[in-house]
Design a protein around this ligand. Sequence first.
Ligand SMILES: NC(=O)c1ccc[n+]([C@@H]2O[C@H](COP(=O)([O-])OP(=O)(O)OC[C@H]3O[C@@H](n4cnc5c(N)ncnc54)[C@H](O)[C@@H]3O)[C@@H](O)[C@H]2O)c1
Length: 252
Amino acid sequence: MGRLDRKVAVITGAASGMGRATARRFAAEGARLLLADIDAARGEEVTGVITAAGGTATFIRADVSRAGDVRAMVTSAVEHYGALDVLFNNAGIEGESGRLADSSEENFDRVLAVNLKGVFLGMKYAIPEMLDRGGGSIINNASVAGLVGWLGGNAYSAAKGGVVTLTKTAALDYARGNIRVNCVCPGVIHTDLLERVTGGVAVARERLERMQPVPHLGSPEDVAALVLFLASDEARFVTGAALTVDGGYTAR
Ligand SMILES: NC(=O)c1ccc[n+]([C@@H]2O[C@H](COP(=O)([O-])OP(=O)(O)OC[C@H]3O[C@@H](n4cnc5c(N)ncnc54)[C@H](O)[C@@H]3O)[C@@H](O)[C@H]2O)c1
């Protein structure tokens, strides 16, 4: 029996990186999945990989910054599987990098819309469905950049700090509704996002590696393992937590 046997899970940003790794891990643990992303081609591809391996998954194109898309995503999960037990609000963008006074208002608005409002919308539409069915588990993907400042990442860090406190607030709101709400705070994880941030340059990646006490990058699977624990009933007493998976980055 899998650790998520028959649970219905929605994962945003499932076409790549941590969303993709978590989808594969959840499927291997018996979950039934609704995968969402703005990238339909890669999202369908991940869905195909999972179903070919015997898992249960379906894909919907959704932009998490758009309320209508997020509502349709949640409705689709409930219509398709008749339940909603787990939501992994994972979709996120890095935005532009630069010192605050040089940064554009457009970048700030876009990063906040995807990385913070997207998490708010996911919870807003999933929670009533979870309440109707006796509870659930929500995991939001924050970042170590939500716990400490991130050089050149003003909008990103502000959004991720918001995800941490939004997580805690939602946990308080729904602790008596049997909905647990936690966030993960990854450090530097080797995904497409990181490749874009470093411009694919090995020397930039190596500099990031050296920043961490554990001297290598994290993998998407490292994050998926923590998300799996939070999604499962083993974490039944864990709510309102911001758990790091960062090779010790924030331990100093
Ligand atoms: N990679 C890291 O080092 C790192 C560290 C800490 C936190 N994070 C966070 O982890 C999450 C996943 O990042 P990743 O590194 O796997 O990145 P990634 O770029 O590999 O994957 C992100 C996915 O989100 C999708 N996406 C982007 N905007 C979207 C939108 N508006 N609606 C729906 N889907 C959208 C993309 O198409 C992509 O498939 C993000 O929230 C990111 O901020 C990443």
